[in-house]
Design a protein around this ligand. Structure first.
Ligand code: IVH
Length: 678
């Protein structure tokens, strides 16, 4: 059980953090965290206070609405305090709200007015004899700021009440929300970006920043809108009986109100909520939920208020899109291509309506950037509303025993060394031929056409064989014939197809060194590089022991690929598989030493469009003759092959006096060197 002294310490910490964020939000107009994160912290504090009422701190923010108003605007005390709403987050809580209402209104018919919960700023508008005389922010609910000059710039807000309907009230105080519709927000941000100013994080911040400008000329340029949701005072009384009718009455004076719906049961309100969840992205304004209000003013009066919120209304919030939770552990997952990805195992938490318990941390660099440790509290959000991500770590909640995470030195699946060449972001398991996590990809690649070309071993076979546990690694392919009986148990595989498979495996044993090197699936070693390695090293044994410097002498092999090759041949399990493959009888003729490499070491450039082949093919032909093919022309370039529409590279070559040949000349040259058939 938690000791009260720790509880007090936790409360003090939460109060301090909330106060900082409140100041940033209300006074500086520069929120430092998302609203939902703030709500979470706030609820943590409420939960603690409910559990330990004896520890409640005198300065807790849970008994006031917001922060004090800025002094730069004149302070105004609200004649009728601007209160807040209680929140519910799910059907159960909504129905509990309705039950509380029903208990206080026994045997009465209850209708609810369902409204959008606008995500903007609450303001109060004061009209005398139909003329707007004052606009005030909510501030702390008791006292707000006089922003009359600014509200007068809001285009859809009546400065003078429309008389068309007849008499206007002597005094009318309207409450509602100022917000920036999404389209205007996007346009404003685009503009701010263009002129090099800081963009707003979201429409709510944009509305707040725009409304609390000391210079109303700036506010005037901002696309703000006002939607009314209530009347605080009306003299003489208007005799209207329901909130829904009062909102419609306001439209007669020129106020805009967004759609609202009268429903006859709380179940209907729930249905509306579900519908809004779907429609939300298509609305022109940001909402963070809906508000359910008892429609009848008489019933509202009976229900009254509890602490700072009405009993007759509730905010039904959409699920938090950001939530705080604890990192229980950080595991490393090995992908099909051997990439090691850190995954944070979280204390399960609801984010945007789904429970999140795992979140990818991408790579070790991201772990360092976030400085996330096991035991940390993190905020999690769903990016693009789908994939959960860690937003940031909350260092203020870091326990003393939080553990730092390092890249493992061994693959968690196969224990082969983990490697990460300098300049690469991703770490990989070097046991590509052996690692169970990479098995499927390794097999697919090994049997593919340009590798060992085992046509009979398609995906369906591979899946069944993995299932029967007959393929642990690629060397097992050459032992499948020992399991003929088991192979025959596979559905739809008769004698004939099993024999075909065994034959095509047998036929694949004779291959070339280049195809075999390619089949190993070494990172960075594609078909061309494999061919060049075969040409350079002539035997597998020579390649196996080559060091980085020796490897780099091969055209096409740079620092990183050389490192991948060395790592591959250093992983003991790969060597085991390699030896088993050779023992199974895979063989090749010694490569014919290239009779000559006439372009050895020369730098060539291919530019423009060739009509008979792609640039890649031309590159390969040149490389096979020992040339290095570069993407840019310099004084070191030996020759440029210029196809159609060759542009700046051709100009540069001509300027530097470098030899240029056209496509026909190139093809002739390749024929002369035996690369193309005559
Ligand atoms: S009624 C006494 N209706 O929600 C209750 N509020 O936590 C008065 N809000 O600060 C509020 N849309 O800014 C009401 N349709 C709506 C609303 C709405 C947004 C905001 C308002 C207030 C907060 C209540």
């Amino acid at each position: 059980m938690t000791q009260p002294s720790t509880v007090v310490a936790q409360m003090r910490q939460l109060i301090q953090i909330l106060a900082q964020h409140n100041h940033a939000y209300y006074v500086m107009d520069q929120p430092t965290i998302a609203d939902s994160e703030y709500d979470q912290l706030f609820h943590q504090l409420i939960a603690l206070e409910q559990q330990y009422p004896e520890c409640i701190q005198a300065d807790t923010p849970t008994n006031k609405v917001g922060d004090k108003a800025l002094t730069k605007f004149e302070s105004v005390t609200h004649a009728v305090p601007m209160l807040s709403l209680g929140n519910v987050f799910n059907q159960e809580e909504l129905f509990a709200f309705a039950r509380r209402v029903e208990e206080r209104l026994p045997n009465q018919t209850i209708q609810y007015d369902v409204e959008l919960k606008f995500d903007g700023l609450a303001i109060s508008l004061w009209y005398e004899q139909g003329v707007l005389v004052r606009g005030v922010t909510r501030g702390d609910g008791e006292t707000g700021e006089n922003i009359t000059q600014n509200v007068k710039t809001i285009r859809n807000l009546p400065k003078v009440l429309n008389h068309a309907s007849g008499v206007v009230p002597e005094l009318l105080e309207v409450r509602g929300e100022v917000l920036m519709p999404k389209a205007g927000f996007n346009k404003l941000n685009k503009h701010l970006k263009k002129i090099g100013e800081k963009e707003f994080a979201n429409p709510r911040n944009a509305a707040a920043g725009s409304l609390r400008q000391l210079d109303s000329q700036i506010t005037k340029t901002r696309p703000l809108a006002f939607y009314a949701y209530g009347i605080a005072q009306c003299e003489p009384e208007n005799k209207i009986e329901t909130i829904a009718k009062s909102l419609d009455w306001l439209t007669e004076f020129g106020f805009e109100n967004y759609n609202h719906w009268v429903v006859n049961s709380i179940e209907e309100a729930q249905a509306k909520y579900e519908q809004l969840t779907v429609e939300r992205p298509n609305l022109s304004v940001e909402i963070d939920g809906m508000v359910v209000k008892v429609n009848s003013f008489e019933q509202q009066r009976i229900l009254g208020f509890v602490s700072r919120a009405p009993r007759w209304a509730v905010a039904y919030k959409f699920p938090a899109e950001i939530a705080l939770t604890k990192v229980e552990n950080i595991d490393w997952q090995v992908g099909r291509t051997g990439t090691l990805t850190p995954v944070a195992r979280l204390n399960p938490v609801a984010v945007g309506g789904v429970t999140v318990s795992n979140v990818t941390l991408h790579n070790i660099g991201e772990i360092h950037r976030l400085d996330v440790r096991i035991g940390d509290t993190v905020s999690v959000y769903r990016s693009g509303d789908v994939i959960p991500k860690v937003e940031k770590v909350w260092p203020e909640f870091r326990p003393v025993d939080a553990t730092e995470v390092e890249l493992p030195s061994q693959c968690p699946v196969c224990e082969s060394p983990v490697v990460m060449p300098e300049g690469e972001a991703l770490a990989r398991c070097s046991g590509g031929l052996y690692c169970a996590a990479q098995r499927i990809e390794a097999i697919r690649h090994f049997v593919s056409r340009k590798a060992l070309d085992i046509e009979g071993l398609g995906d369906r076979w591979v899946e069944s064989l993995l299932h029967l546990d007959l393929l642990k690694d690629v060397a097992d392919i050459y032992h499948l014939h020992e399991h003929r009986e088991k192979l025959l148990t596979i559905e739809k595989m008769g004698e004939k197809s099993v024999q075909n498979l065994i034959d095509s495996i047998e036929n694949s044993k004779k291959t070339t060194l280049a195809a075999f090197i390619y089949a190993l699936g070494i990172r960075g070693v594609g078909e061309t590089t494999a061919r060049m390695l075969a040409n350079t090293f002539q035997t597998l044994d020579a390649l196996r022991v080559a060091d980085i410097d020796a490897l780099k002498k091969t055209p096409d092999v740079g620092d990183i690929t050389a490192e991948w090759i060395v790592d591959f041949f250093q992983a003991p399990h790969n060597l085991e598989v390699l030896d088993r493959l050779l023992a199974a009888g895979i063989h090749w003729d010694a490569p014919v030493a290239p009779s000559r490499q006439p372009l050895n070491g020369e730098s060539w450039v291919v530019t423009g469009t060739l009509s008979t082949m792609g640039r890649d093919e031309a590159t390969q032909l040149l490389q096979a003759l020992g040339a290095r093919v570069s993407g840019s022309v310099s004084s070191k370039t030996k020759c440029v092959v210029a196809g159609e529409k060759a542009g700046s590279k051709l100009d540069k070559a001509e300027k530097l006096g470098i030899a240029v040949i056209n496509e026909a000349e190139f093809i002739q040259l390749m024929k002369d060197y035996g690369q193309l058939a005559v």
